[in-house]
Design a protein around this ligand. Structure first.
Ligand SMILES: Nc1nc2c(ncn2[C@@H]2O[C@H](COP(=O)(O)OP(=O)(O)OP(=O)(O)O)[C@@H](O)[C@H]2O)c(=O)[nH]1
Ligand SMILES: Nc1nc2c(ncn2[C@@H]2O[C@H](COP(=O)(O)OP(=O)(O)OP(=O)(O)O)[C@@H](O)[C@H]2O)c(=O)[nH]1
Ligand SMILES: [Mg+2]
Ligand SMILES: [Mg+2]
Lengths: 292, 278
């Protein structure tokens, strides 16, 4: 573990009395490797290590009897702070319906997460409506309908020959008429560099003005996470992130990269394929998971 | 990154950065740059542009310079098992592969081995229709081993050349799901001994270092013979496959470059390495 590695680094220096700035740099190199192995973005790691170095110098780690422990504590604190110090909740509209839009790359877990969110909100006494705005992927609409059936939540669909913008608009009217106070829009997976499909998302946003735009990110995403998050955020001004497939053994450094580059909070984590596997995000737990 | 620079520590750092940003992994990147340093010394390399050739050579050395073909034998039933974690592109890649093999004149059939995920069978059936190949399936919730068994019987009866079997996405950390995969393999080996020619692990190019653990665990459980690297039409480079080839000798056979039927290409090591540095 990183903790053991750092203890090792500082043990080697014990015989020399106080540790120097150079020794601290050696220790931080171990932290850098740990973060890169955890898939935190290269540039995010660079900035993070610089900040930690300054703070460590400022906190007189060099004078400490247990420099290794102090460095780990600083790293952990800084990481937790960066991840977002508090758990973020879903915004509810003062004027219903509350519209939530799920966006992200292909296969990240949008449709499944839409179902999970619907289930969570229904348990809280709300009346969600799931909306099938993916008109491209084979059987995408069917997939959402199956989830809706399993959860006893209505699914609004207009088939795959109507534009997602029109489907979204019609869904809002449908919700108003049927008393659904939450509308969850499931959109097709797309590349952040696909201009036409990214434009489609902008048009949906303009049309129905969602109060929540959630970027669904696969927790095992590597260095590319910053490119994706930046583009989606630039175009849509995200309100939050859902980090999926955290039930695996990925360290999940993408979470740090996405937060660092967009400033937007991770609101939920997906912890399994079943529809009850959605949990609130715990920044401190994520920080220690990333450090490994 | 190579143009007009002089060979110094700063250039080596820049190279390490490019490799890491391509998901090559910090340890593999450090090793590669170390080899580069040694070759610069021993071969007295002076021009930064020459470094490009050196690092391309070193990575090709790992990846292999030939494209790795699918191990299919004409005149008999060949079975391809498709495995991987959730959402990486297994079902879509099967549709693309069926199209490719059919256009090469082969009789292809698909087995809907994902009986778990919502509308997974429907999704594969749409691909079957698009490509014009039969899909063997049961109802959602059926035992995947039973579907595999039926698919093999049907493939033999209809003199199929290639039977491609779809499986449910599963995280490699789920022991019971990996056991299910082993069971599917056993059924294939029992009912069609010698027919299983390829077990292809589908990896998403956007995946980071976790891909190594995936390759390792799936490799041990299912006897993976090659990789399909998908979503290379994005901005991710898929550099993890270098470490996977170095550690586990798993070659990338095919790459996915889009969501349409035709968006499957043979893996070309030269193109892959070149893309790492653009
Ligand atoms: N283990 C695990 N699997 C998940 C999780 N969330 C989603 N999945 C699985 O990931 C796969 C992809 O999920 P989808 O919901 O279809 O993903 P998507 O983003 O809607 O995909 P596209 O619409 O094609 O872009 C499915 O097999 C899901 O069951 C999670 O938190 N944990
Ligand atoms: N851009 C791009 N998208 C791809 C590629 N391959 C697959 N996809 C998309 O990725 C998403 C997931 O593909 P699937 O084939 O459902 O993935 P899967 O591995 O079968 O998913 P599960 O069965 O749920 O585990 C779909 O939206 C596909 O269209 C590719 O090469 N490029
Ligand atoms: Mg979907
Ligand atoms: Mg599938």
């Amino acid at each position: 573990s990183l903790g053991e590695k750092l203890q090792g680094v500082f043990k080697k220096l014990k015989g020399q009395g106080k540790i120097s700035e150079k020794d601290l740099k050696t220790a931080l190199r171990e932290v850098r490797v740990a973060l890169l192995e955890a898939d935190v973005n290269y540039k995010v790691v660079k900035d993070f290590i610089n900040n930690v170095n300054e703070r460590a110098l400022g906190q007189e780690v060099l004078e400490s009897l247990t420099p290794g422990q102090q460095v780990i504590k600083i790293v952990n604190d800084e990481l937790t702070k960066l991840m977002g110090g508090f758990q973020s909740k879903l915004e509810i509209s003062s004027k219903p319906p509350t519209i939530i839009m799920m966006v992200g790359l292909q296969g990240s877990g949008k449709t499944t997460s839409a179902g999970k969110l619907g289930r969570l909100l229904k348990k809280q006494g709300r009346r969600p409506l799931l909306v099938a705005c993916d008109i491209y992927r084979p059987a995408a609409i069917k997939q959402l309908q199956v989830l809706g059936e399993q959860l006893d939540i209505p699914v609004f669909s207009m088939g795959n020959k109507t534009s997602p913008v029109d489907i979204a608009r019609a869904a809002i009217n449908h919700a108003a008429y049927h008393g659904n106070d939450i509308v969850i829009l499931d959109t097709a997976g797309r590349l952040h560099i696909d201009e036409a499909l990214m434009e489609e998302l902008s048009l949906i946003k303009k049309q129905v003005n969602p109060i929540e735009i959630l970027l669904v990110v696969d927790a095992m995403t590597g260095q590319d996470a910053v490119n994706v998050a930046e583009k989606f955020n630039e175009l849509l001004d995200l309100t939050g992130v859902v980090l999926t497939k955290l039930d695996g053994d990925t360290r999940g450094g993408a979470a740090l990269s996405v937060k660092a580059v967009t400033g937007k909070p991770v609101k939920f984590v997906g912890m399994g394929e079943k529809l009850d596997a959605l949990e609130p995000f715990h920044p401190d737990r994520m920080a220690s998971r990333i450090l490994g | 990154v190579f143009s007009g620079k002089k060979i110094d520590e700063e250039l080596f750092e820049e190279l390490e950065e490019v490799l890491i940003q391509g998901d090559v992994g910090v340890n593999t990147a450090i090793d590669l740059v170390e080899i580069l340093r040694e070759r610069v010394k021993s071969e007295k390399i002076k021009e930064a542009e020459q470094l490009r050739q050196v690092i391309v050579e070193e990575i090709i050395n790992i990846m292999g310079e030939e494209t790795s073909a699918l191990n299919l034998t004409p005149g008999e039933l060949n079975i391809i098992l498709i495995v991987g974690v959730n959402g990486v592109g297994k079902t879509t890649s099967i549709g693309k592969l069926a199209y490719k093999l059919k256009s090469e004149g082969k009789r292809v059939m698909l087995g809907a081995g994902d009986t778990f995920r919502a509308a997974a069978i429907d999704q594969l059936k749409v691909w079957g229709q698009r490509v014009g190949v039969d899909v063997i399936s049961h109802k959602e919730g059926a035992d995947p081993a039973a579907v595999v068994y039926d698919a093999i019987q049907a493939a033999n009866a209809r003199k199929i050349d290639v039977l491609i079997i779809d499986t449910a996405g599963r995280l490699h950390t789920k022991v019971n799901l990996m056991e299910e995969l082993k069971k599917i393999r056993r059924i294939i080996d029992k009912e069609a001994s010698g027919a299983l020619k390829e077990v292809l692990l589908v990896l998403d190019a956007t995946t980071g270092q976790n891909a190594l653990a995936q390759a390792n665990t799936f490799g041990q459980a299912a006897g993976v013979t090659g990789v399909i690297l998908t979503k290379l039409d994005g901005t991710a480079k898929g550099g993890v496959v270098i470490g996977i080839k170095a550690e586990q000798n798993l070659p990338v056979k095919l790459v996915g470059v889009g969501e349409k039927m035709e968006d499957l290409q043979v893996f070309r090591p030269q193109d892959f390495v070149a893309a790492l540095f653009t």
